[in-house]
Design a protein. Sequence first.
Length: 226
Amino acid sequence: MIIPKHLGIIMDGNRRWARERGLPIFFGHDRGFKKINEIASFSRKIGVKYLTLWAFSTENWHREEGEVSYLLNLFRKNFRIESIKKMQEEGIKIKVLGDLTAFPKDIKDKLEETVSKTRGCRSMTLNVALNYGGRDEIVRAVNKILEKKYQKIDDYIFKEFLDTAGQPDPDLIIRTGGEFRLSGFLPWQSIYSELYFTKIYWPDFGRQELTAALKDYSSRQRRFGR
């Protein structure tokens, strides 16, 4: 089986998972967050070097206030000292993609602390996309370039101003939940990514489902436009 060096996952379907079971949507988000550790640990064990998980988009702020508040509290819960220590023990380096300025100060501080304390980890890099949108990332990159007063740039220079600077582009992008679109997930980086869509909701997506996606990926021939 061919293991992608960089795997991206759009974690979709938490709310529908809960609704179909007659549960409050918070249950779906809670179970979805628990899946992150499982998939991150399994990805590291099988040799994935970069794993990008889209946890909160720039559009998610428009959801009901109660749901947004619950998600913010999940971030507080999942970026505690205990979580940081577990990542350190597994050698997982945390990097945050997206614009953190919109988050409350305590969450921003927790995220920055997590990034700082796992900076020396070398087993795998876990990119957590928070307040992330593909167009927003590109606009932020352009503004950084303008600040540097470049007279001329190429794609190699541009890549260094993206949130994923220094990382390879995703080899495989998985979207759970039955939708067949990327919705702005890493638009610059994903032009030659292999895409895999599954109807399985994220809370039910485990090692078996990831293995099935990797087997499908291994059967493909990548040409990169050649």
